[in-house]
Structure formats: structure tokens, C-alpha cells
Write a protein that binds this ligand. Sequence first.
Ligand SMILES: Nc1ncnc2c1ncn2[C@@H]1O[C@H](COP(=O)(O)OP(=O)(O)OP(=O)(O)O)[C@@H](O)[C@H]1O
Ligand SMILES: [Mg+2]
Length: 281
Amino acid sequence: MPTELQSRPQPRDGRLARSGAGELAQAGASAAALEGVSRSYRAPARGGLRRRSRGERAVQALGGMSLAVAPGELVAVVGPSGCGKSTLLELMCGLQRPDAGTVACLPAVLMPQRDLLLGWLGALDNAALGVRIAGASRAQARERAGALFAELGLDGFQRARPHELSGGMRQRVAFARTLLSGKPLLCLDEPFGALDAITRAQMQDWLAAVLARERRTVVLVTHDVEEAALLADRVLVLSPRPGRVLAEIPVQTPRPRARTAPAVLEARRRALAELGMGATA
Ligand SMILES: Nc1ncnc2c1ncn2[C@@H]1O[C@H](COP(=O)(O)OP(=O)(O)OP(=O)(O)O)[C@@H](O)[C@H]1O
Ligand SMILES: [Mg+2]
């Protein structure tokens, strides 16, 4: 399958990274603003595995996607598999460019759906990678990462290689690395997807606590509608491919929240209804 990922350097000083045509009047006030964004990929034509020259078809991941995220806001994105959620985050992080429309975001870091830890580094050095790349010494980077390890339940595993960690532990190391990047916009792609229910609940509480003490903007892609309602200021429900925003559901109650809080239950119910799963809510 052809990939069209492109690296694009991000400004480090809080200036907006822009792509596409035109300027967004609104972008200055937003941590992220997308306007009319479309993105297609080339993929082998259906049945293309059997014969050599079947050609290509376009798969439109996103079509006419518009959204704005305010500084300090936590926006959750839910939608059917394949509707362009990962594509959306890659656009926000400047790893892809839109075919049409504009993307304007503060410097952003992506926590990808797969953890992408480096197999030859220990857990602490994997977590500290972004700090090292930003120019810190190894000792400084390890000290900053080490402070997060206890909080994340990773104490004692600082030197473990990724293959010696459980799936949930790898995910937490990747999360630490994302957080330590220091970028103002965190794009988290199913960060708790691989975790068991108990660890996931702990990590959700921890994320809420971190966001209460640090002013970060978060775009959280999740398949877990309850998680979205529990953590987000606003839940965006995307349509099937090509993805665009079908519904915006505000969750107007302070964090930390109980799973049984009326506002959480109502947001969950509305999101499930928008996804056509109302009967199972
Ligand atoms: N590099 C690529 N090359 C070709 N097609 C791609 C590429 N990346 C994504 N796609 C296609 O674009 C569509 C959207 O993919 P994307 O990964 O953004 O969806 P998603 O909403 O994150 O899905 P999931 O919930 O399963 O993670 C899919 O049909 C996928 O096959
Ligand atoms: Mg995805």
C-alpha cells in the first residue's frame, strides 16, 4: 500500500504551522483550526493483487473537514474505523498535507496508534527521546523522564527494552515520551486502546490530573465513547469515510468526573446515537 507521509519541520516557538491555501482569520485564537480539509490516498484498485496492471483508485479519507480547537481544550474524536481519524491527527502534526483546505495548528506532537518505541533503547531512554532531540543532555532527559515513571507505574522498568514490556507498559512509555516533548498540542491516537480496563481507567484519571496542572491542548482519538465523554470538553463525532464532523457534543461539567455523572452519561448517549448505536446505549 503506498504511503504518502511527508515530514514537515514544525516551528518550535509557538508560531502556527500552516498548510494549504489562504489564511484563517480564526487561526490566531485557536490551538488548531482546519477549514474545508480533504485528503485522499492512492490505493491499489479492487482485486489488484491478482493481476499486475489493475491500476489505482483514490480512497478519500477526509472530505470537507472543518474544526477549531481552543487553547487548553480537550477535544475527543470518535468515528467509525477508517473514517480518517489518524489522517486528521497526522495533518494536525504536519506529517501530511491536505489536498484541499487549510490546516493551522500550534506545534503538535503525535502519539501514534502503534507505539513505535525504539527496540534498542531502554524504556527510560525511549521516554526521554523527545527531550534529548530538543537538546537536553542525557542526564537531564533521564531525570525528567524518571519523574514520570513512578506516576505511570513504570518504576523498576527504566532499563527494560520494549520487547520486555507488556503492551500496556509500552503504551505508557510512549505516552510519557509524547508528554515530555513539551509541545503545546498533543494529538493522541487511541492512547489507551491497548490497555486492560483497570489500567485504562487509571490512565484516564492520570491524564485528567496532568491536564489540570499543565495547560496543554489535546485532541484525543478514541474508539471508547465513554472515555470521550469522561475526559473531553467536547466530543466530535465523525461520519463514515470520507470523514467530516457530524456532531459536536459539549460536556459541560468540571473534571475530574465520575463515569456516572449525568453530563457524562448524556454525552455518551448522544455520541452513540450519532454513531447509529442508540439502541445499545
Ligand atoms: N498511507 C496510506 N495509503 C493509502 N491509504 C491510506 C493510508 N493511510 C490511510 N489510508 C486509508 O485512508 C482511510 C482512513 O484511514 P485512517 O487510518 O485515517 O482511518 P482511522 O479513522 O484512523 O481508522 P481506525 O479507526 O481503524 O484507526 C482508510 O480507508 C485507509 O485505508
Ligand atoms: Mg486510526
